[in-house]
Structures are given as C-alpha cells and as structure tokens.
Design a protein around this ligand. Structure first.
Ligand SMILES: NC(=O)c1ccc[n+]([C@@H]2O[C@H](COP(=O)([O-])OP(=O)(O)OC[C@H]3O[C@@H](n4cnc5c(N)ncnc54)[C@H](O)[C@@H]3O)[C@@H](O)[C@H]2O)c1
Length: 365
C-alpha cells in the first residue's frame, strides 16, 4: 500500500493509494474506538455501479450506517445538495464522534465535506474518491465548497479530513471522458512542479481506460498526491503557493462560464485549454522561452484535442475573466511559468489581457 501524509503543521492525515485501498477501510475505522456511526454520501450513478462494493466495506466496520444519494453532477453542488446531507445528519442523530464518508467524485466530496464541517461544528470526515480527478486533486487539501447563483465555489471552508482512500479498482468503470478530465489536472500538477512527470504524462496513449498499467497509474497518482500535499502543507489557506494550483484556471473557468452548459466542457477539459493560454501568456510576457512554450503546447494539444465553439465572442470571454476571484483592482493575479515544472504568480494588467485576447486565444484554435 502506498501512503502519502498530508501535513499542514497543526494536523496530519494519511492518503492511502492502492488497487484495493478500500479493503483497509474497515480496520482503519475500527481503530477509532470513539466512532459511533457512519453517514455515507454518494451520488445515484456511483451508488448504482459501486453500491455493493462500498456497502460490504461499511458493514465490516460493525457500525450502524445510512446513505444519502445526491443527483450526479454539478447540479448537486448547491444549497439543496448541502441541505439534503445536513438534514440526514440531523435525522440520523450524528454527532462529533460520527463519520461522514464521501464516496464519489469531486462534487460529492465538496458537498459532503462542507456538510461535515458545518453540522455539529464538525464531524469526522473521510474521502473515498471515485473519479481520477478526485483521486489526484479534489480529495486532497481540505477545500470544500458549493456554488452560488453568482459564481462557482463561492461558499465553502478549509478543513482537513481524517483520511483519504484512493482505490484505483473504483476507476475500472469510469468513462473515458472522465479519465481525460482527470488527466488534465495531472498535467496541471506536473507543469507547476515536476517536469519529469510532465514528460511521462505526455507519452500516455490516446485511449486511457484500460491502457495504463496499475504500477504506472499508482505511481503517477502518488506523485500527484505528493505534489498537492506539499503545496497544501506549505500554504493551507491559499495566501501564496497554493494559488499555483490555479494554473490554467483563469481562462479555464472563463471557458466553462462562457459555455454555460456543463456538458460543453468538463472542468478538466476547460482547464486543458486554459493551460495552453497560460503558457502563451507566460511566453508573451517574456518569462517562458520559445522552445519550452512550444514543447508544452505540443504535449497539451496532443492530449487534449478540444476546440472552442464556433462564433466565439471575445467580449463575452473577457467579461467572464474580469469576474475571476483573482482580480485585484485593474490587474489579475495570473499563474505563469518560467519553465515546465516551475510556476510563479504575478499581477498582470487586465487591459493587456483585453488588448491581446484574440491572439492569446488563437493558440487553441
Ligand atoms: N475541493 C477541491 O479542492 C476541488 C478541486 C478540484 C475540483 N473540485 C470540484 O470537483 C468537481 C469535479 O469533480 P469530478 O470531475 O470528480 O466530477 P463529478 O463528481 O461530477 O463526477 C463526474 C461524473 O462521474 C460519475 N462517476 C463518479 N465516479 C464514478 C465511477 N467510479 N465510475 C463511473 N462513474 C463515476 C459521477 O456520477 C458524475 O456523473 C467540480 O465541482 C470541481 O469544482 C474541487
């Protein structure tokens, strides 16, 4: 079993990574003698595919348990989804000794984590991520948020879980599109911190599902988790280096917002385009040498052959960018590259972005 410790100074917790990491879950829970019950939070689709797998493991803990099922997808990441989980905590008389366990992708993790932080001013919380994106990114670092009508992830907390179980057998039924969605965030981790990982991911095949050996997948997941753990360990509350995890997200979020229909772009797909623009911004501002920028763009274009919709309006795109939470006055804090594996942040003038918008975006056309 691979294990990474997330250490935020005041608190440490394990991330277990294995093909059968889940089999270790019952014993791990039993070690907590004060635990009194479990509320499992999942979504309807995950429950349909993987309900028996998780039910068996929770039964083995010997604790009484119940389950709350959310609708699949971003639609559940709002007040109604949060309320549904908290209502269930109340009905089942959970208290501080109880475990809320998230079993699903980033949406389930965010809603369950926020509910667990708010109810009783905090229950115990465990993440069992079931998408590639959630195994390498969203389940690590303790950020939990829901969306508000006016923006994504506007309501949330930072609060670390007790543990995370990344079990790659749960990914066996994950659709190919979700694999590539996760790959985008893996590229992001590599491009900000690890050039070797970037080269390794660049060689991954066009069809991922079933094509990556367990050994390769486990090593790469572990490396991504290590990168996220190191960044979060240095800056849990995002006053500094944690912002680097937003590489590609300024334009990525703007593309998501612009498209407005979640099925147009998954989060990682939009970020894969946003990273290409961020590479071009780094080059134009004189931080990233041409050869390095070309190499990075070639790798990303090879892995993410997405394009923008026809009739793309630069005006609407710019409006989405100026609503980014990293805007500070007439500038935006942009995550840039010096070379592959080395990120930094800098305030970039919004007027420069507006004046160069069309040519910057032409890099993904
Ligand atoms: N908290 C953080 O630090 C953080 C970081 C990155 C992203 N996020 C959030 O994560 C969310 C995206 O997460 P996601 O990409 O995991 O999406 P998701 O949770 O919506 O899951 C994607 C889809 O895959 C299905 N699914 C999940 N596991 C499956 C499995 N094993 N087999 C088959 N289908 C499965 C789900 O039912 C869903 O329809 C976004 O809301 C994003 O804002 C949070």
């Amino acid at each position: 079993m691979r294990e990474v410790i997330v250490d935020v100074g005041s608190y440490r917790y394990p991330v277990f990574i294995d093909r059968n990491a889940l089999s270790f879950f019952p014993e791990w829970v039993k070690n907590d003698k004060s635990a009194n019950r479990i509320l499992l939070v999942t979504d309807e689709m995950v429950w349909k595919d993987l309900g028996p797998v998780i039910s068996k493991r929770i039964d083995e803990t010997g604790l009484p348990w119940s389950v709350v099922k959310l609708m699949p997808g971003e639609v559940s990441k709002g007040w109604d989804g949060l309320r549904k989980v908290i209502d269930r905590c109340v009905i089942d008389f959970l208290d501080k000794r109880s475990f809320v366990v998230s079993f699903g992708g980033g949406v389930v993790g965010d809603v369950a984590g926020l509910a667990s932080a708010l109810y009783f001013r905090g229950t115990k919380f465990v993440q069992i991520p079931t998408t590639l994106l959630s195994q390498i990114d969203s389940s690590i670092g303790g950020k939990f948020s829901i969306n508000h009508d006016e923006g994504k992830n506007l309501v949330g907390v930072v609060r670390q879980p007790q543990g995370v179980f990344c079990d790659i057998s749960l990914l066996d039924q994950l659709p190919e599109r979700q694999w590539r969605n996760g790959l985008a965030e893996m590229f992001k981790a590599s491009i900000i911190r690890d050039a070797n990982l970037f080269d390794r991911l660049s060689k991954w095949p066009a069809e991922l599902k079933g094509a990556i050996s367990d050994e390769e997948l486990l090593n790469v997941i572990m490396r991504c988790v290590q990168i996220k753990a190191a960044v979060v360990g240095e800056d849990e509350h995002e006053y500094g280096v944690r912002r680097h995890l937003y590489f590609g997200h300024t334009f990525g979020h703007a593309f998501e917002l612009y498209a407005m229909r979640p099925e147009t772009f998954l989060h990682g797909e939009a970020v894969s385009l946003g990273m290409q623009v961020a590479i071009e911004v780094s080059r134009r501002l004189g931080h990233l040498p041409d050869a390095e920028a070309d190499r990075a763009l070639k790798a990303l274009k090879g892995q993410f052959p997405f394009r923008l919709p026809e009739n793309f309006s630069m005006e609407r795109l710019y409006r989405a960018i100026i609503h980014d939470k990293k805007v500070e006055g007439d500038k935006i804090r942009f995550i840039l590259l010096r070379k592959i594996g080395v990120a930094f942040d800098e305030l970039v003038s919004l007027s420069w972005i507006r004046d160069n918008l069309e040519s910057l975006v032409s890099v993904i056309k």
